[in-house]
Design a protein around this ligand. Structure first.
Ligand code: PFF
Length: 462
């Protein structure tokens, strides 16, 4: 590898900074918007249990794999595979990751735009109503518009682009370090309010009392997809962030901590939302609109609701922004390192591309509502194919690469920080997971969930 480049590369400057940035990537709309609505649509507590299983057996090992590869090679998602296996096509896994980053950003910026817009709606008092029909109306008017949601999407892209141009330490690290603790405190306040609503018990039972008859293969696929999306894994974002992590960090410990903290935030968002859903007679399976129509009612029922609601959307916007920084960093690191573009040029080209593609997701609720790709609107298509197809497939290859190509000796060296950490047992468990459990589990879930088993069986029977 080019030594010069190695030394000039930026990196996270402190342990706290690393944790904040990695957690900043994981925590985002996934916790506050997606986790509640996917949980609501898939039956509640039983889904959460499957999700936790997917996190432990698949999500955490893939995150660790990405950090190991990234830190070892100090390169972007494509460059990392090229550095380790210059003669084999493994770099395509990184290439698919860059594509996934684009596709996720396409719909993520739509939702982030709604969140930014809600800050102003909340502050202006438009959302302070106890009537569920009013909150639904505000949401539907926003998303079925053209100019307003597009404006906010572009705004979001400009904000994230500006931070990314500032670089890793001054941009990413500085911003994420402040927001995480703040978000946490606000969620605690909201949980207290939500839990003291009359009828809160039903919401809690929905979240924590599993009904196993609700588990189908579709539910398992959704849980697996959510685990990938939540931990930002399967697409090289964690390879890229791993490349900025110093040699002293304890990587397995960090992956576990991040997953735990991230899950806590998701559950806290669930506790803020579901009691209100039941208390005010909403349906838990409302889908992507869930957050936007239920949260206002929680705030409406508390003192200083308007101030707290605006603050809540500010923090959600910041959390979404932290996650988007890691998404943008994937193509930006790729373009700057593989093609020697400047950071500025790489960022501008990337946000221009995402803006063009993303506008189709934003307009999926208005003028493009009838246009479908494989039976889904652009928005749903980007959402479904990334979480439920591309990220899990990326995860298979990342695990196979580390387990079977890179191999035990290299993994051991990287995971023990060149022998400083005595974690032999952990290395063995991890190797077993990435060699067997992760790929097999994902293949089975994908085959079943995407309904590909029947055609395969009938093909074999022919
Ligand atoms: N983990 C983020 C969330 O849950 O909101 C979404 C995400 C960020 C996915 C970064 C993928 C990624 F690379």
């Amino acid at each position: 590898m080019n030594k010069e480049k190695y030394h000039k590369r930026e990196g996270f400057s402190s342990s706290i900074g690393v944790i904040a940035a990695v957690l900043g990537s994981a925590v985002g709309l996934g916790n506050i918007w997606k986790f509640p609505y996917v949980t609501g649509a898939n039956g509640g507590a039983a889904f959460i249990l499957v999700y936790l299983l997917c996190l432990a057996l698949v999500g955490i090992p893939v995150m660790l794999s990405e950090h190991l590869i990234g830190r070892h090679t100090k390169a972007n998602a494509v460059g990392a595979f090229k550095a380790l296996q210059p003669r084999r096509p493994w770099f395509l896994v990184g290439g698919a990751g860059v594509l996934s980053a684009f596709l996720i950003m396409a719909f993520y910026t739509t939702v982030a735009g709604w969140v930014y817009a809600y800050i102003f709606k909340a502050a202006g008092g438009a959302l302070l109503t106890a009537n569920p029909e009013d909150t639904s109306l505000v949401f539907n008017t926003l998303v079925s518009g053209v100019g307003e949601p597009l404006f906010w999407q572009i705004f979001v892209l400009l904000v994230t682009g500006t931070i990314i141009m500032a670089g890793v330490t001054k941009g990413i690290e500085r911003v994420t370090k402040v927001l995480m603790p703040l978000l946490f405190v606000l969620l605690i306040i909201m949980d207290i309010r939500s839990l003291t609503l009359p009828g809160a018990g039903e919401g809690l039972a929905f979240l924590f009392k599993p009904d196993f008859s609700k588990i189908t293969v579709g539910v398992i696929l959704a849980a697996l997809g959510l685990a990938f999306f939540k931990l930002s894994v399967g697409m090289g974002a964690m390879i890229t962030y791993g490349s900025y992590i110093s040699k002293n960090e304890n990587l397995p410990k960090m992956a576990i901590r991040v997953a735990l903290a991230d899950t806590l935030v998701s559950l806290m968002a669930g506790i803020a939302i579901f009691p209100a859903v039941f208390a005010f007679g909403f349906k838990p399976d409302a889908g992507p609109s869930l957050l936007f129509i239920t949260i206002p009612t929680v705030f409406n029922a508390m003192p200083f609701g308007r101030v707290f609601m605006a603050l809540f959307f500010v923090l959600t916007a910041i959390a979404a922004t932290g996650a988007m920084l890691s998404l943008l960093e994937v193509p930006v690191a790729y373009l700057t390192e593989q093609y020697q573009w400047t950071r500025r040029k790489a960022t501008l080209v990337t946000i221009l591309g995402i803006g063009s593609l993303g506008s189709t997701a934003t307009l999926s609720n208005s003028i493009l509502a009838k246009v479908t790709v494989f039976g889904r609107t652009f928005f749903d298509f980007f959402d479904f194919t990334t979480s439920n197809v591309l990220l899990p497939i990326g995860g298979i290859f990342i695990a196979l690469f580390v387990g079977w190509q890179w191999g035990y000796a290299n993994v051991k060296q990287e995971m023990s920080n060149d022998g400083q950490l005595k974690n032999d047992q952990l290395v063995r468990i991890y190797m077993f997971l990435v060699k067997f459990i992760v790929p097999i589990a994902i293949v089975l879930v994908l085959l079943a969930g995407l309904d590909l088993i029947k055609p395969i069986i009938s093909f074999i029977n022919q």
